[in-house]
Write a protein that binds this ligand. Structure first.
Ligand code: DON
Length: 375
């Protein structure tokens, strides 16, 4: 027989009440995070339509051809002429230094796996690499820790949400989903093996140099502009840390991540970096092996799934090609075994992808008949 203990009942009621209050509080926190994410997504001031679904399909006729130098040069020139006056899109301005970059810059570089270079336009003009850096840091992580680690600790699925979304983390079980959204990129940075922040940064920077085959410069102005205004990324890193997914101090990793985004690249650099992937991880200009061949397919798969964020499906549908964009206006696309494509053009669509970059790269892939799904 059980005697009813009034204190226990009262205690139980109290406990229930506290639990309900905690639930309400938890709900309110989740709701606030959701609202904050939505506000951030909605106020990210990149407003333009995605260019691909409409324009490319109507301008490209799907010719097949061999990759002769003459053909490459002809298609490159056509792409440049066709899109150089396109006025769609807008520079990113949530990082203030990006708003003042010359919107007219437009350069395209194509690099073959045997090291031949074809270029047109402002191919030496430099913009900050921004999110394209995420590819190289993720490559460093997969090289150091293996494919299982990248898949399980960070993830390899698309989020279907903006690259800076906080709610995406909550919706996917406290995980970043993939290394190309800000959350996953900050995570990747934190997992690069290093004894301290300086060593982590040095490794990340020199890895990008190796992909480019040259010493890349650092954009101090962009770095200062973003590092003093990156509270959203800091919040992301803290949430991931609370979920046990960070490999180093969250704010330290965010600072190193911000540095890696501030490295300068030109279309020429991006073309060589893309060609290093197209050439099984060996830089075609320097001959240096930068990534083990076995990891190249995984990196390309994530680029195909999430390289252009919530526009990745449209992009893949039309080009069949792994690619990665950055809000500085750069884009790289990799046609395995055939071509590395680098484009710089700062105005972005609403997803944060270079408008002319997508149009030019998609046109070149289609006109040269090198869509990997159509071989
Ligand atoms: O963290 C950020 O928001 C920027 N440093 C990079 C974002 C970015 O490039 C997204 N890409 N299209």
């Amino acid at each position: 027989m059980f005697l009813t203990n009034p204190y226990t009942i009262k205690g139980k009621r109290m406990q229930n009440k506290i639990q309900s209050m905690n639930l309400i509080k938890k709900g309110m926190v989740t709701f606030s995070i959701a609202c904050a994410s939505l506000i951030i997504m909605n106020t990210t001031p990149i407003q333009a339509k995605g260019p691909l679904a409409t324009d490319i399909k109507t301008v490209v006729l799907g010719e097949k051809s061999s990759l002769t130098a003459e053909r490459i040069n002809a298609v490159l020139k056509e792409a440049y002429e066709k899109f150089k006056d396109n006025q769609d899109g807008k520079n990113a301005d949530y990082i203030k230094a990006l708003a003042v970059v010359d919107s007219k810059l437009f350069g395209i570089t194509l690099v073959t796996p045997d090291g031949k270079i074809y270029e047109i336009g402002d191919t030496e003009a430099q913009v900050s690499i921004q999110s394209i850096s995420k590819v190289f840091t993720a490559a460093k992580v997969i090289q150091e820790k293996g494919e299982k680690f990248l898949q399980e600790k960070i993830g390899v699925n698309a989020t279907g949400l903006a690259f800076n979304s906080i709610i995406a983390i909550e919706l996917h079980g406290g995980s970043a989903s993939n290394p190309f959204v800000n959350a996953g990129a900050i995570q990747s940075t934190s997992w690069v093996e290093a004894k301290d922040s300086k060593e982590r940064w040095d490794k990340i920077y020199s890895n990008m140099d190796d992909f480019a085959g040259t010493k890349l410069s650092f954009n101090e102005e962009v770095y200062e502009s973003e590092v003093n205004d990156n509270k959203n990324n800091q919040a992301i890193s803290k949430i991931l840390d609370a979920r046990g997914r960070m490999g180093s101090d969250p704010l330290e990793a965010t600072t190193v991540y911000t540095k890696q985004c501030s490295v300068n690249v030109s279309a020429h650099n991006l073309g060589v970096m893309a060609a290093t992937f197209a050439n099984d991880g060996v830089n075609p200009i320097t001959g240096k092996k930068v990534l083990d061949k076995e990891y190249v397919p995984e990196m390309l798969a994530v680029m195909a799934t999430a390289g252009l964020y919530d526009n990745a499906g449209d992009w893949l549908y039309l080009t069949g090609t792994p690619a990665k964009s950055g809000v500085g206006g750069g884009i790289l696309a990799v046609v395995p075994g055939k071509l590395g494509i680098g484009v710089v053009s700062p105005p972005l669509d609403k997803f944060g992808n270079s408008v002319r970059g997508q149009l030019a790269a998609a046109y070149i892939i289609e006109k040269l008949g090198i869509n990997p799904f159509a071989q």
